[in-house]
Design a protein around this ligand. Structure first.
Ligand SMILES: [Zn+2]
Length: 607
């Protein structure tokens, strides 16, 4: 017999279940303090109440979501100990690299203490000194095995005269410096900035935004608030909702800062301390704001299936970082165009640079972008001297896929739809309705539904294949085309990059498909002379190096004698100069642009 339960009965059953679950979980609290902030330590005290089992495993994540590399955060742990609430010592041992097993815990409340060495200032690692603490929580807090869904609280005991705490976690009412995390995914997604940083607030898209500026700098708060508001509102209008009530920007202003990491309701950004008053540097910071903010939808909520719930002890593989990162990279500059922060000319100039970067990377013909995504863990974050020859960035290439998919949809629908509509539909269907990540096939199906046509060509040739993108097919929808200024020219090339190390001119990379590659000049060779002329790598006032000058004075097919020292042995190697495989692309406007193409161009570039 099948009986439909009334709503109130369902509610009672649900309440009963959740109460039972809560009882089975232990109450988890953390206290962080900084008795040795000057030496870059943060002390963590973790208390677990009401443990039912005879032993418990606590684990430190090995990676920080958003940055796809196993970073082995357990390497920073020292002085681990476990005690009962009455101060009795509990025996513990390491079960593996990131797991500590504590025995004799049945029916006990326990207290765990450890300290973390934190001296790597990046958006995904913790850093502590006498001036401030940046806490990247996935490398700081251990979780009890099997309780990843459990809530916890974090109490911060600031060091010295530190007065401010900025985090996306909600404060616990009535408890000083204490914050609540509903589960570990949220705890690990909520970094803290603690110290005496500068702060300001503004409202945008109905959300309260807080900016925590560490490190000083020449920023103009009203100007930043106004420009950030424009970006936030433009991005919110794509998804038609902003799911946060409050959002925190943590900005680290340093000598040469950069990069960012996205979170659900916060982000961490690196900026150049004195970079806010030069046009390019300021706008590239706004591009970073646009990028990380876009992620609060794309990847934090609308996400590939593999990216949440996370496995914090292992790699989490997905073929879709070209969507999660690449499309976000496509949208960052596009949003600056849409908000008129970039002129159409500037946007096209930047896009041209991006096309040249991707098309001139030899690895673009070797590694499909879907594979680059899976291999992020072993390749993207672990580059070597040969990476340009064998890999492609899922950011750079993914942004190109975003570009051609946007233009394909605009063209196929005569300007009625675009990539915005795919992302919005995916967000509504998989994040809001089905409450899960999407598969590769589901993303393709939605993009094809919106485009009203098959996208097999883009998927087979450019996402899962390595063919050169036929940009003119896509730019043509908007009455634009790509010109290669190097086409038809005979340009001799040697194919090396060099750097001066300890007064020696050292080869730092050899490009696939060039003279140096074919004839065997190697990375780490000291380049002494070309055709018996001593080389220094020095550039003339126009920036032309002595190497470039001697190569450009020859023809493709001519020989050049390279004198090198390889591991201390002097050798002469004859190289035959090859044609420079590089293209120099620029985007031109078709003089015969039709009204339909013009309409698409206007829609694409928000003209
Ligand atoms: Zn990103």
């Amino acid at each position: 017999m099948k009986k439909i339960l009334s709503h109130s009965l369902i509610y009672i059953l649900f309440m009963a279940l959740s109460t039972e679950e809560t009882l089975a979980q232990s109450e988890i609290n953390y206290v962080v303090s900084f008795p040795e902030a000057q030496a870059h330590y943060v002390d963590v005290e973790m208390t677990l109440k009401g443990i039912k089992s005879s032993y418990i495993d606590v684990r430190m994540p090995v990676w920080a979501p958003g940055s796809y590399l196993v970073r082995e955060f357990a390497k920073n742990v020292e002085g681990f100990s476990a005690k009962t609430s009455s101060n009795g010592t509990l025996s513990s041992n390491k079960a593996n690299k990131n797991t500590w097993r504590i025995s004799g815990t049945k029916n006990k409340d326990i207290r765990i203490n450890y300290r973390i060495y934190a001296f790597e200032l990046s958006v995904r690692t913790s850093f502590v000194d006498a001036a401030h603490a940046f806490l990247s929580t996935s490398g700081l807090f251990m979780y009890p095995e099997g309780q990843i869904k459990s809530p916890s609280t974090v109490t911060v005991k600031p060091y010295g005269n530190w007065k401010k705490i900025s985090t996306g976690l909600e404060p616990v009412k009535g408890k000083a410096n204490t914050f609540y995390a509903p589960d570990y995914d949220i705890l690990y997604d909520s970094p803290f900035e603690i110290g005496n940083h500068d702060t300001f607030e503004f409202d945008a898209a109905g959300v309260k935004h807080e900016v925590a500026m560490y490190g000083g700098g020449n920023y103009d708060k009203p100007r930043l608030a106004a420009d950030m508001t424009k970006i936030i509102e433009a991005e919110t209008s794509i998804f038609d909702e902003n799911p946060n009530k409050r959002y925190v920007f943590i900005v680290h202003n340093t000598l040469a800062g950069g990069g960012g990491l996205e979170h659900l309701n916060s982000t961490v950004l690196g900026a150049i301390r004195q970079g806010y008053n030069t046009e390019d540097s300021y706008k590239s910071f706004l591009g970073l704001v646009a990028h990380e903010y876009f992620h609060l939808w794309n990847v934090k909520r609308l996400r590939p299936q593999a990216l949440g719930p996370f496995d914090y002890s292992n790699e989490n593989y997905t073929t879709n970082l070209w969507i999660a990162e690449g499309f976000t990279a496509y949208y960052d500059n596009l949003m600056l165009r849409r908000t008129d922060i970039y002129s159409p000319e500037k946007y096209i100039e930047l896009l041209t640079g991006d096309i040249n970067t991707v098309e001139n990377q030899p690895g673009n013909r070797v590694q499909p972008v879907s594979e680059a995504s899976v291999d992020a863990w072993i390749k993207y974050y672990r580059p070597n001297e040969n990476s340009r020859n064998s890999t492609i960035s899922y950011y750079d290439k993914g942004a190109m896929i975003g570009l051609i998919m946007d233009l394909e949809i605009l063209g196929a629908t005569k300007g009625a739809k675009r990539l915005d509509d795919v992302l919005k539909a995916m967000y509504d269907e998989y994040y809001k309705k089905q409450k899960r990540g999407y598969t590769d096939a589901e993303f393709k199906a939605m993009a094809e539904k919106i485009a009203g046509k098959s996208l097999d060509e883009i998927y087979n040739k450019y996402i899962n294949g390595t063919e050169p993108i036929s940009f003119n097919s896509y730019l043509g929808y908007a009455g634009l085309y790509l010109v290669n200024d190097n086409a038809g020219k005979s340009i001799p090339t040697l194919g090396i990059a060099t750097a001066v190390r300890d007064g020696k001119l050292i080869i730092t990379s050899v490009q696939r498909g060039t003279a140096a590659w074919a004839d065997g000049l190697n990375v780490n060779d000291e380049l002494i002379a070309l055709d018996d002329y001593r080389m220094t790598g020095a550039a003339d006032p126009k920036g032309v190096t002595d190497i470039a000058r001697i190569v450009s004075g020859k023809k493709v097919g001519e020989k050049l004698k390279a004198t090198i020292s390889r591991d201390g042995i002097i050798q002469n190697i004859n190289v035959t100069l090859t044609q420079n495989p590089g293209a120099r692309y620029r985007i031109e406007v078709d003089k015969n642009t039709t009204a339909e193409q013009m309409e698409i161009r206007e829609k694409w570039l928000s003209l």
